[in-house]
Design a protein around this ligand. Structure first.
Ligand SMILES: Nc1nc2c(c(=O)[nH]1)N[C@H]1C(S)=C(S)[C@@H](COP(=O)(O)O)O[C@H]1N2
Ligand SMILES: [Mo]
Length: 160
C-alpha cells in the first residue's frame, strides 16, 4: 500500500554503533510466537519527517533496532505481506513489509533517550505519523490478499 501523503525525500538509513538497551519484542506469525532480545542487534538511524493528518510535519534522527533484523528471527513461513505493529493503548498500525523493512524500533531521537513510556517506537521512511507506533509490544506478520485493505487491520488512536 502506498502512502501518497508521506514525505520520503529526506529518508535515509545509515549504520550506527551504540550500546543496545532495547526492550524485548514478541514476534508473532499465526499461532507461533517468539520473544526476541535485541541486545545483540546492530543499531541503525532513520532520518525522516512525518506528515500528520493535521498537516503538521515533524522529523528527526531516530536510532534503534532494525525491523529487518527482528523479522529475520520471526517464526512462520515467508508468505507474509504486511506487518501489524501493536503498541501501547492498543494502537495498531498495519504497514506493507516493504515499508516496515526500512524501519527501526527506535529508543533514541537525536541525542535524547525516548521516554520509557514511548519506547521502543516504530519509525520508518515514508510512514505517516499515526503509524509511528509508540511502546511497541508485538510485531505480527500477516498475509493479505491483493484486494484486501490494510487499514481494516489497524486501530489508530488520536488521528485528527
Ligand atoms: N502507542 C501509540 N502510538 C502512537 C499514538 C497512540 O495513540 N498510541 N498516536 C500516533 C499519532 S496519531 C501521532 S500523530 C503520533 C504523535 O507523536 P508525538 O506524541 O511524538 O507527537 O504518535 C503516533 N503513535
Ligand atoms: Mo496523529
Amino acid at each position: 500500500m502506498d502512502h501518497p501523503d508521506s514525505a520520503d525525500e529526506s529518508s535515509r538509513a545509515v549504520p550506527t554503533q551504540s550500546p543496545s538497551d532495547s526492550p524485548h519484542v514478541t514476534l508473532v506469525a499465526g499461532d507461533d510466537r517468539r520473544v526476541v532480545d535485541p541486545a545483540d542487534a546492530p543499531w541503525r538511524t532513520v532520518t525522516d519527517s512525518f506528515l500528520c493528518a493535521s498537516g503538521e510535519r515533524w522529523g528527526g534522527e531516530w536510532r534503534g533496532v532494525p525491523v529487518a533484523w527482528l523479522l529475520e528471527r520471526a517464526p512462520g513461513d515467508d508468505a507474509a505481506t504486511h506487518l501489524r505493529i501493536h503498541g501501547a493503548g492498543d494502537h495498531v498500525a498495519c504497514v506493507s513489509l516493504a515499508d516496515a523493512l526500512g524501519g527501526v524500533l527506535a529508543v533514541e531521537r537525536g541525542d535524547d533517550r525516548l521516554p520509557p513510556a514511548d519506547r521502543p517506537r516504530f519509525v520508518a521512511p515514508g510512514v505517516v505519523a499515526a503509524r509511528t507506533v509508540k511502546a511497541v509490544r508485538r510485531l505480527e506478520l500477516i498475509e493479505l490478499a491483493p484486494d484486501e485493505d490494510a487499514e481494516a487491520y489497524e486501530a489508530l488512536a488520536n488521528v485528527d
